[in-house]
Ligand binder design. Structure first.
Ligand code: CA
Length: 250
């Protein structure tokens, strides 16, 4: 899946592009509305509303005049009114900064799933739109989904289901906060492999995370407690964490 990332702030755009490519998405990055409108739009557009050369809302409106490509707005705090206008102008969703990589991937999946099912049953307005000069019909049924497995992961006594955002140990549901679940799901993607603190902070918290990292240790401690055995999560001091199945839960 190809992503057009329209974001002028390199400190946001770079970690975002890096994170998206880790999920197997190919990212085309532009920093201005003018470059964005030159296209191509790819399979999904991520649009920062605060651009240097033009209003992000106008970029949204002008893309929508020629394309059905899904658009997710990336908005800053205090842009609530813009979000509403953006949605009226045809954006499919928005995400308020700061957001985590996992929230963004979840939105991308939801929006592409929705637009795909719409594309399978095109309405007359959509068909009329497809006739506009330069129109690009997007969201075709054959497009690959964001390659994140939806099957529940089974690791010994532990089951992690990213679709329902639930986890069980030995058949018992584990009550987790959203961050605790994201942390567990990330570690469960590649059991046994070390996941670096930097990656966890970028994906579970914010691609632009530069604050104190103590919060990560607090969440790991809570997660260990809730899983009922500290042996589930091994620490590599100063490096990161890995998920292993403790002998008692094999
Ligand atoms: Ca900006």
């Amino acid at each position: 899946m190809r992503v057009l990332l329209i974001e002028d702030d390199a400190t946001i755009a770079e970690p975002l592009a890096e994170g998206l490519s880790r999920y197997g998405l190919s990212v085309e990055r532009v920093a201005t509305g003018g470059d964005a409108l030159a296209g191509p739009f790819g399979d999904i557009v991520l649009l920062d509303l605060g651009l240097p050369d033009m209003d992000g809302i106008d970029v949204c409106r002008r893309i929508r005049q020629v394309s059905h490509v899904p658009i997710i707005m990336l908005t800053a705090r205090g842009e609530e009114a813009d979000r509403v206008v953006g949605l009226e102008m045809g954006a499919d969703d928005y995400l308020a900064k700061p957001f985590s990589m996992r929230e963004l991937i979840a939105r991308i999946r939801a929006v592409t799933r929705r637009t795909r099912s719409t594309a399978a049953h095109p309405d007359p307005a959509a068909l009329a739109g497809a006739g506009l000069p330069g129109a690009v019909r997007s969201g075709s049924v054959a497009q690959p989904d964001v390659p994140v497995s939806e099957e529940p992961r089974r690791l010994g006594a532990l089951v992690v289901d990213v679709r329902t955002r639930q986890a069980w140990v030995g058949g018992a549901l584990v009550e987790l906060t959203p961050k605790e679940f994201d942390l567990l799901a990330l570690l469960a993607e590649d059991p046994g492999a070390v996941c670096s603190r930097r990656r966890i902070l970028a994906e579970v918290w914010d691609p632009h995370f530069h604050g104190p990292t103590k919060t990560l240790d607090v969440h790991v401690a809570a997660l260990r407690r809730k899983l009922g055995d500290p042996g589930w999560i091994r620490t590599l001091r100063g490096v990161g964490f890995r998920l292993v199945v403790p002998a008692a839960h094999d």
